[in-house]
Design a protein around this ligand. Sequence first.
Ligand SMILES: NC(=O)c1ccc[n+]([C@@H]2O[C@H](COP(=O)([O-])OP(=O)(O)OC[C@H]3O[C@@H](n4cnc5c(N)ncnc54)[C@H](OP(=O)(O)O)[C@@H]3O)[C@@H](O)[C@H]2O)c1
Length: 239
Amino acid sequence: MPTPKIAVITGVSREAGLGFETARQLKALGYAVIITARDLKAAQQLADRIGAVAHQLDVTSDESADRFAGELAREYGKVDALINNAGAFFDQGGQPLSTDMQYVRDALDTNLLGAWRMAKAFVPLLEKSEGGRIVNVSSGAGAFTDPVFGLANHQGIVPVYGITKLALNGLTVKLARQLQDTSIKVNSVCPGFVATYPGTEQWGARPVSEGARGIVWAATLPDDGPTGGFFRDGEALAW
Ligand SMILES: NC(=O)c1ccc[n+]([C@@H]2O[C@H](COP(=O)([O-])OP(=O)(O)OC[C@H]3O[C@@H](n4cnc5c(N)ncnc54)[C@H](OP(=O)(O)O)[C@@H]3O)[C@@H](O)[C@H]2O)c1
């Protein structure tokens, strides 16, 4: 029997979250899925529901990322898709000049450096795949073009969150550039505004399954697919 493709997803602690729906969709495609969260119990409960494997992982810790990569190296010897979904710090109503700098550091540590340290820890395992994929779950809040959450729109709401996602998109470009002579592709995906929290449908949020589909698209790109881009629903987004 051929070895299944292996996908690792960060930040899977909630049933309603994008991470779990992405795990469900990749499982349905035949992937062996490893879901991770800071709270192992939460990840384990979700993993049990879909026949996935759970691991504890805090993306703000170099040690946690390196230990996890080491465990997977011993257990599987490769990873085919790394989905950097963990994210936080939606500073609705915030303003740059009144934001506590510790909050900014914490937001960068999770939303930007989390994906960065995971890439550093996991590229050796992705190189063992025939076509490794890194998906950085980003946001229109990190682009100029988003009419609602965009960097320069509506008085620039969610400034810290937006700046971390802008930087994440920069990381995507730089990683893709460094890895251009390998079979690894690195892309940012905005899932759109999706209903991962109760009540957001009334503000126009779309079903989580639709947002996750674009993440799965980037995680399963064919060998001639793009790298270093920013996408929503498989379509390139302007920055
Ligand atoms: N929902 C949207 O409309 C939308 C739009 C654009 C982009 N996104 C992005 O989509 C991703 C998923 O968001 P979501 O809406 O599905 O919300 P969510 O369920 O709250 O997902 C965020 C996940 O990140 C985890 N996390 C936070 N800090 C972490 C850390 N240090 N280490 C490991 N995991 C950590 C959270 O776990 P804990 O339970 O431990 O906090 C949670 O599981 C995020 O990157 C978000 O920015 C969402």
